[in-house]
Design a protein around this ligand. Sequence first.
Ligand SMILES: Nc1ncnc2c1ncn2[C@@H]1O[C@H](COP(=O)(O)OP(=O)(O)OP(=O)(O)O)[C@@H](O)[C@H]1O
Length: 301
Amino acid sequence: MTEPLIIDGLHKRYGDLVALQDMTFQVSPGELFGFVGSNGAGKSTTMRIVLGVLAADAGRVTLGDKPIDLHTRRQIGYMPEERGLYPKMKVGEQLVFLARLHGMSTTAARESVERWTTRLGVDQRVGDDVGDLSLGNQQRVQLAAALVHDPRVLVLDEPFSGLDPVAVDVMSDVLKEKAAEGIPVIFSSHQLDLVQRLCDRVGIVARGQMRALGRVDELRARDGITLEITGPPTSARWADGLPGVLAADYRIADNLTSLRIDPGIADDQAILAAALRSGPVHRFAQSTPDLTELFREAVSA
Ligand SMILES: Nc1ncnc2c1ncn2[C@@H]1O[C@H](COP(=O)(O)OP(=O)(O)OP(=O)(O)O)[C@@H](O)[C@H]1O
């Protein structure tokens, strides 16, 4: 078990531009945390500060209660957004070199490189220059570079971008495995379906601030439940004033009534009865917002 990664009150400006404002969250050991937000929201800036490649103006990053110093930093596996491999160096040599930089013996480094290149499906390419690989395979090598030194924390900036579906599955499995081993894993992504499927918790950032933070299912339930009813004439505004109905949207063109309800107060059977009093009911369905809808709400707030 390692300690939680704690990001506490980070502020960062680039000249007049406020890139981070009181960015605060933590990632527990064994947790797969999805970091999402619009372009320019501040995800890479946060990750760079965690790695110490960029200094915050205020706030701190700790592993448990220990500030991240040079020693702890060597135990983080990092995939930067600007991929940082040397194109003219051979895959295998480069990975062994990086593992050695993190303090591994040559023998342990070679074993680890063989294990990870095999696991990630690039073992046939260890003798090739990185620059001769396809972008997707370079990305697999980049993930191997983040993993070869057996890190205590994983911080990955958009690890899924540009991967084919098979590589997405391999990457997903590896991230789940690393989290299951008990280390904190954080990754940023714009692929919200993937984040929703994989992550224990998510943070949604907009303009340098954390706008929503928590388990995906809790965030989805927090905004209430939506009921969609087709049949009763929307012009009758039949659901107005029913107990527990937070908002009613009558879509006249589709003859569809969409109700946001508070599940603690609303009685779905009473709502169905009210609908039937107004006309025949052809469809009565419940849905919760998905991560894409939560994202839209959070970034537009
Ligand atoms: N070196 C820099 N100098 C000036 N501004 C910067 C610098 N790096 C980032 N920024 C700005 O800081 C803000 C946050 O950028 P950051 O790269 O952290 O966002 P991001 O959430 O990772 O975006 P994306 O999803 O597009 O990668 C943006 O407005 C960006 O233009």
